[in-house]
Design a protein around this ligand. Structure first.
Ligand code: DGL
Length: 268
């Protein structure tokens, strides 16, 4: 039996590629539709009301168009704000992405964890709840960064990220009271793992042994579990890349991804 229904992976921009990578590694036969809300990017500087209105409606349109077997909201901002509304609106399994505070707490020796997300994510009660449930004995220090989102997006569009700018954002964590003790940083925005090598190099001299965690591996395991026993297409076809606005920047991102099994970008 062959089942061509894709897995739909959704983010405001390129961040969800840090989730698509582990999902593709876990399920190499799965067709992927990667959808980026480039017309609504960035989410992290928007209000809760804007995200809550935009994301369920957009995912409804994407689901109607692509008939996914499962949707991954590969965006911490959208997940921490709109996950219940999306689940209520769509008749399809939905996997969200929330800050990986639990694995970070399991790793931290100093019991001081940094949470690096968008401004919208780090102020969510959802994050307070995760910290209280899984890291009650840790100091959890947060920093919201729009600059890192822009740097990651620019990198995929062909502009190398400036290490000094990356370092300045990490200092937003380290310079807070108690921040010098951070030994694990949660990349609580899916854009940030794309910058991890630059981040690691930027702090190599000052924070030896610092580790980064993100939701990618856990989400890939969850998607594999939820699709266990399902059929996949007999013949692989290129993964699809869908943007809500298709301009020069999106075309440049499409060119960066062409070598990674994605077809030419299309507009929703
Ligand atoms: N990648 C998204 C996240 O995980 C949001 C980035 C943005 O649009 O600000 O939060």
């Amino acid at each position: 039996m062959s089942d061509a229904r894709p897995i739909l992976i959704f983010d405001s921009g390129v961040g969800g590629l840090s989730i698509a990578g582990p999902v593709r590694a876990a399920l190499p036969r799965a067709p992927i539709v990667y959808a980026a809300d480039s017309a609504g990017f960035p989410y992290g500087t928007k209000s809760e009301a804007e995200i809550a209105a935009r994301v369920p409606a957009l995912l409804g349109r994407l689901a109607e168009r692509h008939h996914p077997r499962l949707i991954v909201i590969a965006c911490n901002t959208a997940s921490t704000i709109a996950l219940p509304a999306v689940r209520a609106a769509l008749d399809c399994p939905i996997v969200g992405t929330v800050p990986a505070i639990k694995p970070a707490a399991l790793l931290s020796r100093t019991r001081t964890i940094g949470v690096l997300g968008t401004e919208a994510t780090v102020r969510q009660p959802y994050v307070d709840d995760l910290a209280a449930r899984f890291a009650a004995d840790c100091t959890v220090i947060r920093h919201g960064s729009a600059a890192l989102v822009a740097l990651a997006e620019g990198m995929l569009a062909g502009v190398a990220p400036d290490p000094t700018a990356v370092r300045a954002e990490l200092d937003g964590l380290f310079d807070q009271p108690g921040g010098a003790g951070i030994d694990v940083i949660v990349n609580a925005c899916t854009h940030f793992p794309l910058l991890e090598p630059v981040m690691a190099a930027a702090v190599a001299g000052v924070a030896p042994g610092l580790r980064f965690v993100d939701g990618g591996p856990g989400i890939a395991r969850r998607v594999a579990h939820l699709t266990q026993g399902q059929d996949w297409p007999d013949r692989p076809s290129p993964h699809r890349l869908v943007f809500t606005r298709l301009d020069a920047r999106e075309a440049a991102i499409g060119r960066s991804l062409a070598g990674y099994g994605y077809a030419a970008p299309e507009r929703l």
